[in-house]
Design a protein around this ligand. Structure first.
Ligand code: NAD
Ligand code: DAU
Length: 359
């Protein structure tokens, strides 16, 4: 049994599905179901007894402790976070609450649980913290990619909150000897990606005939990784990573945002052509993001050298699959955009909470 936090979000739901496809080991999935958590991401597991979904907040340490005592997981894989840089600029408070205080609460509950284990259960326990390349700040055009020893220099409230959580995880290893692992990954893309982020936003706006917003000059560089490859890296680090170590995870796919948007338009022109013209005509330059990092790039040689992990997808193969997924799953996009997926959660959980109160 493993405990996953944030498993109803983009990467977490891909991780849980992949995990249960590859393993028989059950998963407890603890997720608060914020706007970013969507139970329909997990619809294929609805009847699967190996998937135990629990709605809850990682900041609620007493609840986390009860779950650990009840289910006795051999590992925690921690995805839960506020993840969108633009939202962190407008309302940073939630990022500090979940990413910093929530990670702290989770570490405390995990430490108490792990301290009470003995023998093999104690030796085998792992806390894997899923983090981001944004903690390293921004690169100039000629700088080498980020390595695991690049100094931290976060520039947005989001990256600062993730940096703080990374430091807490590190401190729990050095101070308490807790068996932690940290991964710092580059930009993911793939199925079930919330359409506030660049790639799914461009696909859905393109099809809706809306403007395709490019921040600033569109020459900011990101290093894209297919979400399935991120999940395989996490599985590998969980299996064989050295305790207390950090592993950078990336796809060696540095691309300027404008190139990404052009690629999406060209794939859509082929797979779902407009009556006339190209989707590129919808590209619109808009005001830049404040403090916008110019370039991220990951040096992923450590995880390849030590753990033999390499991405399976190139950007060309992964992005085509992704566009096809969005074309095949238009009902999912519609539900997210209309907010219907939230209504379902509120109705179901409100009903359940009322029933609990009545008992
Ligand atoms: P997401 O926003 O899609 O999902 C986050 C999930 O966490 C949601 O299901 C949400 O309901 C849940 N959550 C939020 N606050 C919670 C709380 N207090 N308690 C319990 N659950 C809570 O995020 P994502 O893009 O899937 O990212 C997952 C993790 O991976 C994050 O830690 C993020 O920093 C990291 N990461 C993301 C990327 C990327 O490109 N998306 C890259 C590198 C690292
Ligand atoms: O690098 C890893 C990070 O990647 C993760 O830690 C974050 O959780 C994840 O959200 C992502 O952050 P970014 O800010 O890079 O992702 P986003 O999709 O928001 O933006 C990608 C780039 O595209 C960025 O340079 C901003 C730009 N952009 C974004 C949007 C939403 C646009 O030009 N237009 C847009 O409308």
């Amino acid at each position: 049994m493993i405990l996953v936090t944030g498993g109803a979000g983009f990467i977490g739901s891909n991780f849980v599905r992949d995990w249960l496809t590859l393993n028989d080991e059950p998963v407890i999935n603890l997720d608060k179901l914020t706007y970013a958590g969507n139970l329909s991401n997990l619809a294929s597991l609805e009847q699967d007894p190996r998937h135990i979904f629990v709605r809850g907040d990682i900041c609620d340490t007493a609840h986390v402790s009860r779950l650990l005592a009840e289910h006795k997981p051999r590992a925690i894989v921690h995805f839960a976070a506020e993840s969108h840089v633009d939202r962190s600029i407008h309302s940073p408070g939630e990022f500090i609450s979940t990413n910093v205080n929530g990670t702290f609460g989770l570490l405390e509950a995990a430490r108490a649980y792990w301290s009470g284990l003995t023998g093999e259960a104690k030796d085998g326990f792992r806390f894997l913290h899923v983090s981001t390349d944004e903690v390293y700040g921004t690169l100039g055009p000629q700088d080498p990619p980020f390595t695991e020893t690049t100094p931290y220099a976060p520039n947005s409230p989001y990256s600062a909150s993730k940096a703080a959580s990374d430091h807490l995880v590190r401190a729990y290893f050095h101070t308490y000897g807790m068996p932690v692992l940290t991964t710092n990954c580059s930009n993911n893309y793939g199925s079930f990606h919330f359409p506030e982020k660049l790639i799914p936003l461009i696909i859905s706006n393109a099809r809706a005939g809306k403007p395709l917003p490019i921040y600033g000059d569109g020459m900011q560089v990101r290093d894209w990784l297919y979400v399935g490859d991120h999940c395989s890296a996490i599985r590998r680090v969980l299996e064989a990573g050295r305790l207390g170590e950090v592993y950078n995870v990336g796809g060696w796919n540095e691309l300027a945002n404008l190139e990404v948007v052009h690629t999406l338009c060209d794939i859509l022109d082929t797979l779902d052509p407009k009556a006339s013209g190209s989707y590129r005509e919808q590209i619109t330059y808009v005001q830049d993001r404040p403090g916008h990092d110019r370039r991220y790039a990951i040096d992923a040689r450590k995880i390849e050298r030590e753990l033999g992990w390499k991405p399976a997808e190139t950007f060309a193969t992964g992005i085509r699959k992704t566009v096809q997924w969005y074309l095949d799953n238009q009902a999912w996009v519609r539900d997210v955009q209309s907010g219907d997926y939230l209504k379902w959660v509120e109705q179901n959980y409100a009903a359940r909470d009322t029933a609990k109160e009545a008992i």
